[in-house]
Design a protein around this ligand. Sequence first.
Ligand SMILES: Nc1ncnc2c1ncn2[C@@H]1O[C@H](COP(=O)(O)OP(=O)(O)OP(=O)(O)O)[C@@H](O)[C@H]1O
Ligand SMILES: [Mg+2]
Length: 237
Amino acid sequence: MMSNANMIEVSNLTRTYKTKSGGVIKAVDKVNLQVSEGEFLTILGPSGSGKTTLLNLIGGLDKPSSGRIVLDGLEFSKLCDGDLVNVRREKVGFVFQAFNLIPTFTALENVEAALVPTNMPKDERLQRSSKLLEMMGLSERANHLPSELSAGEQQRVAIARAFANKPRVLLLDEPTGNLDTKTGKEILQLCHQVSKTQGQTVVAVTHATYVKDITNRVLYMRDGKLYTEIPQGEAVQ
Ligand SMILES: Nc1ncnc2c1ncn2[C@@H]1O[C@H](COP(=O)(O)OP(=O)(O)OP(=O)(O)O)[C@@H](O)[C@H]1O
Ligand SMILES: [Mg+2]
């Protein structure tokens, strides 16, 4: 069977929120987007431009006000809630803006936890999790609790966890948030390498303009809309 040229197809996607004062915020405003299989796309945008809202829609964590999302050939609006949960579990890996590591689990246990819902035996889960931590340069930190890790190290654990069950699609929300430029670049390069090795499609959203040097394609988000170039009249960050 031929593979899908587009892993993600978003058409005319809108997500509005009502404000307390009776107004409407268009967090995502008529967005069209195609991401090919194996592509590493980055979306750059300032705070409040709608990046997290868009990622949550693509990952099936939130439902649009209007418009269409197709992921790996599956149209979300045609799935019942249970099927959508399964698609998310089987095909999508998230790195959330807040790392959401389990504080009482070690780095290794945090990664392994992602594999518990699969049928993989425990020793295999631990082996795969150790390998991923090794790829992230964290072998020496496998048995540390999140509170014993730096922000960059915690971020790498969260990334290893998202990669653990080899999802077709990885959604990274500020994967370099709060990191210095050097560490941020290293982490993005690692994500790029691992996703290429595993043939995964990645959408990363961030404020960090240096991602331009690392990823295939960059789009710009402003007030809920996507642009192929920085909107005119705006200072380059
Ligand atoms: N649950 C909500 N209710 C009302 N408004 C919301 C809600 N979530 C987000 N918004 C608004 O939607 C807009 C987009 O928010 P979003 O979190 O997607 O931005 P972002 O680009 O991810 O920002 P940041 O870079 O700060 O994470 C903002 O104006 C935000 O205030
Ligand atoms: Mg956000």
